[in-house]
Ligand binder design. Structure first.
Ligand code: SF4
Length: 293
């Protein structure tokens, strides 16, 4: 089917783009960190990271050996045809990308320890849906490395702990994570909802470009405060010390039960990969993160 092929090809191109090219905002943040670092070891680490990024582009090879779990976000117009085929197209693209790019096979059955070999399996790749008005389909892929995923944190704070408790939780999460998520990281922080909503919003917040200021002035101020606080830890690039532990913090929230104050932190490593494209009803594809001819 033509539509299925179009979605599959677009998803494949996005996976390829995401694992090879870091988005411009992430590259610029790393370049700025390199320019501003005063710690010699941190500067050496950032230089190596920037060289790694350049070599990946030059050789058309994945930025990191851990090509992650391919996490998809689909924003689907309610008028889009064959929505029931989108998941199939994404799974096909994942299999093809694993073989052709290639990607590291990262889907393991937790009971048998058997690796599926193609990055697919039960609930894998994860696909998050949002149905919106219209007739276009927006696809996003976030290849999420295991090192950064392993330090994700959730906590059911007491409502009385409030935003002060949230700040302490975020700083503690960064200190506990240490070098594991390959800093400098990006943090997605969410508060409210149930535990599942908070963690889901925190992870989705990692998709926001680093140069995008939060439209809510109070939340923007909280993000700036958190960024300053976590960078005072001195963990630094790759955990070897320095002033750049975190490149950016994105905060989101949901309304909560009066008795609950769920909080979550999701981490992205310096290899903060993401790529998006929009497929119009007439079949035109617009690549949003990095233009493809
Ligand atoms: S945390 Fe990121 S940079 Fe580190 S090994 Fe995993 S994917 Fe690679």
């Amino acid at each position: 089917m033509k539509q299925l092929n179009l979605i599959e090809n677009t998803a494949f191109n996005l996976i390829k783009q995401a694992v090879i090219y870091l988005p411009e905002d992430v590259k610029q943040a790393l370049q700025k960190a390199y320019a501003e670092e005063t710690n010699a070891t941190a500067k050496t680490q950032l230089k190596a990271i920037l060289r790694n990024i350049a070599l990946a582009e030059e050789h058309q090879a994945p930025i990191c050996q851990d090509t992650g779990t391919l996490t998809f976000y689909v924003k689907a117009g309610a008028q889009v045809k064959h929505l029931d085929k989108v998941k199939e197209a994404i799974v096909n693209a994942t299999r093809k990308a694993t073989k052709e790019i290639p990607l590291r096979p990262n889907a393991v059955d937790p009971f048998t320890q058997k690796n599926s070999g193609d990055n697919t399996g039960r609930f894998t790749p994860p696909v998050h849906w949002e149905i919106v008005a219209g007739d276009s389909l927006e696809l996003t892929v976030m290849p999420k490395g295991g090192g950064s995923e392993n330090v994700s944190a959730t906590k059911m704070l007491l409502p009385s702990e409030g935003i002060t408790g949230l700040k302490k939780f975020v700083v503690d999460a960064v200190i506990n994570a240490g070098a594991q998520p390959c800093p400098p990281t990006i943090l997605g922080v969410a508060v409210g909802g149930g535990a599942d909503v908070a963690l889901s919003l925190a992870k989705k917040a990692l998709l926001k470009p680093l140069n995008e200021v939060n439209a809510d002035a109070d939340i923007a101020e909280l993000e700036a405060e958190l960024l300053e606080a976590v960078n005072m830890t001195g963990i630094g690039p790759m955990g070897l010390g320095g002033k750049t532990t975190v490149l950016g913090v994105h905060v989101d929230y949901a309304h909560r039960h009066p008795a609950s104050f769920p909080a979550a932190v999701a981490f992205n490593c310096w290899a903060a990969r993401r790529a998006s494209a929009r497929i119009a009803a007439d079949g035109r594809v617009e690549y949003l993160t990095r233009k493809i001819e």
